[in-house]
Design a binder for this molecule. Structure first.
Ligand SMILES: [Zn+2]
Length: 413
């Protein structure tokens, strides 16, 4: 819980980021200044070197950091870090300034304690002007893990466990809400390279239905926000993912504005929620948020200052999970897409802010590109996309089950 509060602190516009972190080890304490020059709190990697015994190597845009036998791999400008086959979403991106690698403080406060199990603990300071990363002595690191029992029984998931599903390997029951973008009076983009008057809302519905079938085949309970050509309020779509829902996927088709490079741009990209960073990300967010102008009446979303705070909490809680879900779905979809891999992106989508679970938005290709348009309008293309998204979701749920199984023994103490 303390980590969650810290995340809110850093991302809230007026809250101060810590000015320094204290690295407390059995060998002594060191204070390392925190910089906030790029909007997110970051620490200079070389300054962490001596107190933590951390090693840093920069190779092109790739930053490799070694700490306590764990290798963290960053990409400059990307809000992720990989460690031990797990992708962690980051609040902020690593960058280089004055020949120094700066790493998001979020990595130190959240990823390090999780990735280097039992070795470090993050203690946020109540005032917010400092925080402590405590390296635990080896003895206390051992007692920090659950006491071992004579039993050699394997760790099982917390809920009634069943034999793994033969297709997916999943042991638990999972629910997914699929949101086919647009609908009714909101056609989405006009679908320049779609045949016979098809527009974005038709393609998203077709892919959404196929995705439901693919998930059902994998024994996952899948629900559509719309199964016909109707318009659902953006703010109500995400709210449909509640108790029995593990994650929310919105399906869209991208379009470039008219211009010289309009039909050259192609490929699939997956978004998770944050403030849009680049002009292109803002274009996509603006385009998909425009459906608000089609909507009438009231919606059930929380409003007012309290609503904002509640949403902010939810968004931060699921940011990390959403980033990982986005990466796994993107990796899977990019493997089958003829238009190429445009990677994981961040933008501020209204439809995602109201989801109560990890949420992503897949832009399945460009209607303004001839190849993408033909692929998305074809039955084969729609099947391939739906199947690839389903595979990415399964990869995420397997990871989720693994994490819950690891967390389960601690819960009973
Ligand atoms: Zn759309």
């Amino acid at each position: 819980m303390s980590v969650l509060l810290w995340l809110v602190l850093v991302t809230a516009p007026r809250a101060p980021a810590p000015q320094a972190v204290v690295i407390a080890t059995p060998r002594g304490e060191t204070s390392v200044p925190v910089t906030t020059e790029r909007g997110t709190a970051a620490v200079a990697a070389p300054r962490l070197g001596p107190p933590l015994g951390l090693t840093v190597a920069l190779d092109g845009s790739r930053v490799t950091v070694g700490l306590s036998g764990v290798v963290f791999v960053f990409q400059l400008g990307a809000p992720f870090v990989r460690a031990g086959g797990v992708v962690y979403g980051l609040v902020g991106e690593p960058y280089v300034a004055r020949d120094t690698v700066f790493l998001p403080l979020h990595w130190l406060a959240d990823c390090v304690p999780r990735a280097v199990g039992g070795r470090y603990r993050w203690e946020p300071a109540p005032g917010g002007d400092t925080g402590r990363l405590v390296e635990l002595p080896i003895a206390s690191a051992v007692t920090a893990t659950p006491p071992s029992t004579p039993s050699t029984a394997p760790v099982l998931p917390p809920s009634p466990a069943s034999a793994p599903n033969p297709i997916t390997g999943l042991r638990l029951r999972h629910g997914v809400v699929i949101d086919p973008g647009h609908g009714g009076v909101d056609p989405g983009n006009p679908g320049r390279y779609f045949p016979s008057g098809l527009v974005e809302k038709d393609i998203t519905l077709a892919i959404g239905r196929l995705l439901r079938a693919e998930l059902t085949r994998r024994a996952i309970v899948a629900t559509l926000t719309r199964s016909t050509d109707t318009l659902i309020d953006l703010t109500d779509r995400g709210a449909l993912c509640k108790a029995a829902c593990d994650l929310f996927v919105s399906i869209h088709v991208n379009a470039m504005p008219d211009g010289r490079r309009a039909d050259r741009v192609s490929g699939v990209e997956t978004y998770f929620l944050s403030d849009a960073k680049t002009e292109d990300q803002q274009r996509v967010a603006q385009m998909e948020n425009e459906a608000i102008s089609f909507e009438t009446g009231t919606s059930s979303a929380a409003t007012g200052p309290l609503g904002f705070i509640l949403r902010d909490l939810q968004v931060n809680e699921y940011l990390r999970e959403s980033a990982q879900l986005a990466q796994l779905v993107q990796d899977s979809a990019a493997r089958i897409h003829p238009g190429g891999d445009r990677g994981v992106q961040q933008a501020g989508f209204t439809v995602l802010t109201t989801a109560r679970r990890p949420a992503i938005l897949v832009e399945t290709g460009f209607a303004t590109n001839r190849t993408d348009g033909a692929f998305l309008a074809s039955s084969l293309g729609q099947h391939k996309i739906a199947s690839a998204i389903a595979d990415g979701i399964v990869a995420y749920l397997l990871e989720l089950e693994r994490k819950r199984a690891v967390a389960a023994p601690a819960r009973g103490r």
